[in-house]
Ligand binder design. Structure first.
Ligand code: NI
Length: 167
């Protein structure tokens, strides 16, 4: 197990599209374990493989209060979506920035689990937001890209300042 370095916005590697996972190998299993450890340590509610510079369609999520319900989604697809909600989102690749973004309120998801089996389920509220946010990462999209040009410029400047003054 290891903590993985997380790419910081606007790193161009965050804009790469992830490819599908054909098979659950030992390497994929190890990556998922490290991603989960990295997400819990950060702490965050979700992490996409893209954020640790692995361009495969894998996300880990835990939106539970007790932080004990890990959801691993491989090759996730949204089969149906309904409604809309605005929720303040943050991202481990954009530390210290929280902005409201429009997302579907309800989604029907299909994904492969770590056991290689396909699962289908419905998600709403925070979990739905989180899944949509992480799935965007796999498409090479950061939530900042959904904001106004003015906000994007401000966030870019803030991130560049953070990089110059490491914690
Ligand atoms: Ni994110």
């Amino acid at each position: 197990m290891a903590l993985l370095p997380i790419l910081r916005y606007p790193d161009p590697r965050l804009y790469k599209k992830a490819s599908r996972v054909a098979e659950i190998t030992e390497d994929i299993r190890a990556l998922v374990h490290d991603m989960a450890e990295t997400m819990y340590a950060a702490p965050g509610v979700g992490l996409a493989a893209t954020q640790v510079d692995v361009h495969r369609q894998i996300i880990v999520i835990d939106t539970s209060e007790a932080r004990d319900t890990l959801l691993v989604l491989i090759n996730p697809e949204i089969l149906a979506r309904e409604g809309s909600q605005y929720c303040e989102e943050g991202c481990l690749s954009v530390p210290g920035v929280y902005e409201a973004v429009e997302r579907a309120e309800w989604i029907h998801v299909r994904a492969m689990g770590l056991d290689g089996k396909l699962v289908e389920f419905e998600a709403e509220t925070l979990q739905a937001v989180c899944i949509q946010h992480e799935m965007d990462h796999l498409q090479g999209k950061v939530f900042v890209d959904l904001l106004s040009r003015l906000k994007q410029n401000r966030i870019r400047a803030k991130m560049q300042k953070q990089l110059r003054q490491p914690a």
